[in-house]
Design a protein around this ligand. Structure first.
Ligand code: F6R
Length: 261
């Protein structure tokens, strides 16, 4: 796991976008794994700008989102399909037929099985973008999720429902169930970028980077992945015990790369 600590949320987005740019430049047919929530919005803004400038094209890319609420129609403003259209897909040249979000409306159990097959048919995910919940969830894999789980239905914790309440209007139906890629599904991605910003994520970041591998912090499963980059701002890094070491590693890796140029 590489841990990169930058000064601001905007720098997190810029660096995340650079990883996407490098991947798509090397492989224009890349399969992207995408997340919703507030964390990746600035990254999506950067990708939209890069595409507007002609630096990147998503024409041949495929994408798979991590999760979707059960019981929300894709046209519902709080559905993750709607979110992705508004925040990214409507503004880039990706073919929407190549953008997959789990189907939370028809038979969710069958949708979960189908989703796994669709990811496999696409050849797997090249780059998975993740946020992290305050309780350490990735996707909607809440604490106690099996570390070998696949795409399935999950019940959201009271804390996650409370955290996401801000997206719903008062009295609006807020689902308590979701379809989410499993932890094993996520770990099969060739590369993973986890982004976190702000002090509210500091404990989750500490647990995922330095805590024990445990279903109590589902994101700690990333310790088992051999190509994960954790990009965080100083506030999200504030509870890490070894930030100086992570910075030293990055500096030395950079120096090595420069010497080899
Ligand atoms: C969203 C998702 C969630 C979020 C997490 C953090 O698709 O899978 O795991 O990444 O809840 O959400 P924000 O970014 O809103 O703090």
């Amino acid at each position: 796991m590489q841990v990169v600590i930058v000064n601001s949320a905007q720098e997190v987005a810029n660096l995340g976008a650079r990883h996407c740019l490098n991947l798509i430049t090397a492989n224009p047919r890349a399969v992207l794994g995408l997340a919703t929530g507030s964390t990746p919005v600035a990254l999506y803004g950067e990708l939209i700008e890069l595409q507007a400038k002609g630096a990147i094209s998503f024409e041949q890319c495929l994408s798979f989102n991590l999760d979707e609420y059960i019981g929300l129609d894709p046209r519902h403003p709080q559905s993750y399909r709607y979110f992705m259209n508004i925040q990214l897909f409507d503004h880039i040249d990706i073919d929407k037929n190549n953008t997959y979000v789990p189907d939370g409306m028809s038979d969710p159990q069958q949708s979960a099985i189908d989703y796994e097959k669709e990811i496999a048919t696409a050849g797997g995910i090249d780059l998975q973008i993740l946020g992290v919940g305050r309780n350490g969830h990735i996707g909607f894999n809440e604490p106690s999720s099996s570390l070998v789980s696949r795409t399935r239905i999950k019940t959201l914790t009271a804390g996650t429902i409370a955290d996401n309440k801000r997206f719903f209007t008062v009295d609006e139906f807020q689902p308590s169930l979701a379809i989410t890629m499993g932890i094993a599904t996520i770990l099969e991605s060739k590369k993973i970028l986890l982004l976190a910003t702000g002090a509210s994520k500091a404990k989750a970041v500490r647990d995922l980077v330095e805590g024990p591998l445990s279903a109590s912090c589902p994101a700690s499963a990333l310790q088992m992945h051999n190509n994960t980059v954790v990009i965080i701002d100083r506030e999200a890094a504030s509870e890490l015990a070894h930030s100086e070491y992570y910075q030293q590693v990055n500096l030395e890796t950079e120096q090595l790369a420069n010497n080899n140029d």
